[in-house]
Every structure is written in structure tokens, then in C-alpha cells.
Design a protein around this ligand. Structure first.
Ligand SMILES: NC(=O)c1ccc[n+]([C@@H]2O[C@H](COP(=O)([O-])OP(=O)(O)OC[C@H]3O[C@@H](n4cnc5c(N)ncnc54)[C@H](OP(=O)(O)O)[C@@H]3O)[C@@H](O)[C@H]2O)c1
Length: 221
């Protein structure tokens, strides 16, 4: 597989790129900062320089079998960058996938989107993430929406819990998120599925295999 990870120097993204490279896939990380090139090369990944907010993405997609959107404006950013990165850059990637015929698209979303209106300072972030998910659901692409819980840097257990609409705010390690993203990329039954992701008892590959294929929000775990 040739996989292009948008936000390629992000903490989840680098973990995913390392897994992909270790399994012999062509792992490409889309980054905006030339200082990050060496880190990606050390991960076994191929850096692709492109600013998601300001550049045309189409020339950089070429040959990808799948795109993973793992970028984010980050906690220190204001409302404008929620719009230009968490929403806008995701939509740019979706549109670039459509324009270049890349059918498979996986987005790193978030828990809590259904309660965004009550999320206080998180509201703008969650509304931007929710709007990006909406754009992907209606894109016609073969999508998967992965909604991690509270991210931690704990070593990955390799075991997870997938659920939907739970309202939980439980943790999940970035290692486990990256591992689930990897298995999602390999699993046709994960197409048009969306789910919350927490640390839990089930091996990641088994949890992904148990996803129901088909019709998105109607047909999820
Ligand atoms: N924190 C949580 O508990 C939580 C929970 C659920 C979901 N999430 C979501 O999980 C995702 C990934 O998390 P993470 O911890 O891996 O994030 P991260 O380490 O902050 O990585 C985000 C990456 O996005 C890149 N980026 C931002 N703007 C860009 C642009 N214009 N062009 C290219 N790249 C750009 C950043 O690049 P630079 O290094 O150049 O800035 C950074 O490498 C995010 O979407 C986040 O919203 C977080």
C-alpha cells in the first residue's frame, strides 16, 4: 500500500508511519516544516512537503492507495485555525482525494462531537471536527471515522475497546490509535464505519475485524 498521512509529523502520524514502514508499505508523511524531514526519514517514511492550509494538495497525492488525515491545529491554537486545519485542511484533503481518484480515506476525529454545544472552550474544536466528519460521510469516498478518547503517551497495550455514542471520556494511548489506524487500512469491513476508540481488552486487529461493514452511523459497533 501507498499511504499518505496528512499531518505527518504529528504524534499519532509518526507512530502510524513507523508501523506502515515496518510492514513494507510505502509510508508517506505530508509535512509543512522542512526541519521535520530527517525525523520522517528516520521513521522509514517518505516526507512530502506541503502546507495543508496554504498549498494545493493535488500535486502531492499521486499514487496513494489511501489518505489518513491525522493533522490538527493543536490545543494552543485559536478558533481561526480550528477552521483552517481541523475543518478546512480535512476538506482540502477530501477534495484532493476526489480529484485524484484516491478512494480510501481515514480521518482521526474525536470523542465528544455530539455534545459540542455543551463543551465550553472545546466547542469550536469539536464543531470543526464534526463538520469535517460530515464532509467525509457525504464525499462518496470509502471512509472510516476513528474517534479517539483522551490521548495519552502510555506505551501501547495493543488492546482496545471500540464503541459508539457512549459519552465516555476514557483514555487511549497514541500507540493504540496508530495500531488501530493500521488495521483499519487493511480491513474492507471498516469502510463506512465510525467508532470511538479507547484502551480496552480486545486485540486491535480483532476489534477492527468485528466492525460491521456498510452504512456508517447506522451500522457501527
Ligand atoms: N488530544 C486529545 O486528547 C485528542 C483526542 C481525540 C482526537 N484528537 C485528534 O487527534 C489528532 C492527532 O493528534 P496528535 O496528538 O497526533 O496531534 P499532533 O501531534 O498535534 O499533530 C498534529 C500535526 O498536524 C500538523 N499540522 C498542523 N497544521 C498543518 C498544516 N497547515 N500543514 C501541515 N501539517 C499541519 C502539525 O504540524 P507541525 O508540527 O508543523 O505543527 C502536527 O505535526 C488531531 O486531529 C487531534 O485533534 C486529539
Amino acid at each position: 500500500m501507498d499511504v499518505l498521512v496528512a499531518g505527518g509529523h504529528g504524534q499519532i502520524a509518526r507512530r502510524l508511519l513507523r508501523i506502515l514502514a515496518a510492514h513494507g508499505h510505502n509510508a508517506r508523511g505530508l509535512i509543512r516544516n522542512p526541519d521535520h524531514v530527517a525525523d520522517l526519514e528516520a521513521d522509514g517514511a517518505h516526507p512530502v512537503l506541503c502546507d495543508l492550509e496554504h498549498d494545493d494538495l493535488v500535486p502531492h497525492i499521486g499514487g496513494a492507495n489511501a489518505i489518513v488525515f491525522a493533522a490538527g491545529a493543536g490545543p494552543g491554537s485559536g478558533p481561526e485555525r480550528k477552521q483552517t486545519v481541523d475543518y478546512g485542511a480535512a476538506v482540502k484533503c477530501i477534495e484532493a482525494a476526489q480529484a485524484t481518484g484516491v478512494d480510501r480515506f481515514v480521518i482521526v476525529s474525536s470523542i465528544g462531537i455530539q455534545d459540542a454545544v455543551h463543551a465550553g472552550p472545546m466547542r469550536e474544536y469539536l464543531e470543526a471536527k464534526g463538520a469535517a466528519d460530515d464532509a467525509l460521510r457525504t464525499s462518496g469516498l470509502s471512509w472510516t471515522i476513528v474517534k479517539p478518547g483522551v490521548l495519552t503517551d502510555e506505551p501501547g497495550s495493543g488492546t482496545v475497546d471500540l464503541s459508539t455514542g457512549s459519552g465516555r471520556r476514557d483514555p487511549v494511548s497514541r500507540d493504540n490509535v496508530a495500531l488501530v489506524l493500521y488495521h483499519v487500512l487493511l480491513a474492507d469491513n471498516a469502510i463506512r464505519a465510525e467508532f470511538e476508540l479507547f484502551d480496552g481488552p480486545t486485540p486491535a486487529a480483532d476489534a477492527v475485524q468485528a466492525l460491521l461493514p456498510g452504512s456508517g452511523p447506522v451500522n457501527v459497533l
